[in-house]
Design a protein around this ligand. Structure first.
Ligand code: NAD
Length: 351
């Protein structure tokens, strides 16, 4: 596998995006987001997205210069339009607005419509937690990206509708939950498909509703579907995904799942709660740290070496990848090299 130091990969992705029309701020923000996803161990939301974004720019579906515009505003809330810009930039700016409103009034909530792929949504809740606030973010695909079967169904009806919640912890990293409401996001199926591997049992059904571990069933015609989070109690993940479709899609006007949506784009709801206006921040952090310590002290079940709190695994992965470099899937690297040669950029690895 090509192994690339994180900073070198960020520079390369920034170069690529600048060559296709992104400003240095936009290119840097997107490159940082993608490489941070690889560093955290979520390759499905990392640099493998570059070919998809370049295609979307060529097709006029993603506008590198698209920026957030406020379309409705009250003291604690705003509705914004992303102008088809990079999701990473629009969602960042929307969360900054939610944080600003929360600092002023305790709570800030911002809905987003008309923005491209938002990527790894924990990026935006982390921003709030690092500033001493609780962050809550939900995303849908504006009715597109239908890939998840409803509980008891065989066809695709919902997108993988993720949710993230982050809280300041007093420790080296925030407590950060960041999950799809399906067993896995589509990108993880794509990663395994590209690598010629099977998906774990319990992730997917084929077009007839039978369990399958073959990722090709997901991309076949007729197509299979991902299952909602929860296995035997998948109605919980399904219910969560359904409500996220409402909060991220109906409220923002991005739209919910429906038959044949025309030109859908991501919808989001970002909420910030200023801890300090509920309880002293230092005491809050102490409670969170004590909770984490207590939960981690639980004896482990057979096959488990330790208990992790939300966000801990990604923080460890980040340290490891910063030290060793990011290993990029060979197929993804080939696609990046092809893009580089089209754009006149030299792509190098350290191995
Ligand atoms: N923008 C979009 O449209 C979209 C859609 C779906 C998913 N996503 C992103 O995909 C990424 C991956 O989602 P996922 O559902 O595959 O996540 P996942 O199944 O890897 O779960 C990640 C969460 O679970 C925690 N976790 C993981 N292993 C753990 C363990 N052993 N013990 C305790 N906690 C543990 C992590 O710290 C993290 O909070 C997320 O970053 C999400 O934002 C984005």
């Amino acid at each position: 596998m090509p192994l690339v130091p994180a900073e070198q990969l960020k520079r390369l992705i920034t170069d690529i995006l600048e060559r296709v029309g992104a400003s240095p701020d936009v290119a840097g923000c997107v490159a940082d987001h993608l490489v941070e996803a690889n560093l955290a161990g979520h390759d499905s939301h990392g640099v493998m997205r570059i070919p998809q974004y370049l295609d979307a720019i060529s097709a006029g579906k993603l506008r590198p210069d698209g920026r957030m515009q406020i379309v409705a505003e009250a003291s604690a809330s705003a509705a914004v339009d992303g102008g088809r810009g990079f999701g990473q930039v629009i969602a960042r700016d929307a969360m900054l607005l939610a944080i600003k409103k929360a600092r002023a009034g305790g709570v800030g909530a911002v809905s987003v419509r008309n923005c491209s792929h938002t990527g790894r949504i924990g990026t935006y809740t982390r921003m709030a937690a690092q500033a001493g606030l609780v962050g809550i973010v939900m995303v849908n695909s504006g009715g597109g990206g239908q890939s998840v079967a409803p509980f008891g169904g065989t066809g695709r009806r919902l997108s993988t509708n993720p949710i993230s919640i982050a809280a300041p912890s007093g420790g080296p990293h925030p407590i950060l939950l960041d999950i799809a409401s399906s067993v896995a996001p589509e990108g993880k199926v794509r990663t395994l498909f590209l690598a010629g591997k099977s998906v774990p049992p319990g992730w997917m059904i084929d077009a007839r509703g039978n369990p399958t571990t073959n990722p090709a069933d997901f991309y076949a015609e007729p197509a299979g579907a991902l299952l909602p989070l929860g296995g035997a109690v998948g109605y919980k993940g399904f219910g969560l995904g359904f409500m996220i479709d409402i909060l991220a899609g109906a409220l923002s006007e991005a739209g919910c799942s429906r038959p044949n949506p025309a030109d859908p784009s991501d919808g989001m709801l970002g909420i910030a709660l200023d801890v300090q206006q509920f309880t002293p921040l230092s005491e809050f952090k102490q409670r969170v740290a004590e909770l984490a310590q207590y939960v981690k002290s639980c004896p482990t079940a057979p096959g488990f070496e330790q208990i992790y709190v939300p966000g801990e695994i990604e923080a460890r992965e980040r340290e490891r990848h910063l030290r060793d470099g990011v290993s990029v899937d060979p197929t993804v690297w080939e696609q990046i090299e092809q893009a580089c040669s089209r754009l006149g950029i030299r792509a190098e690895t350290s191995t």
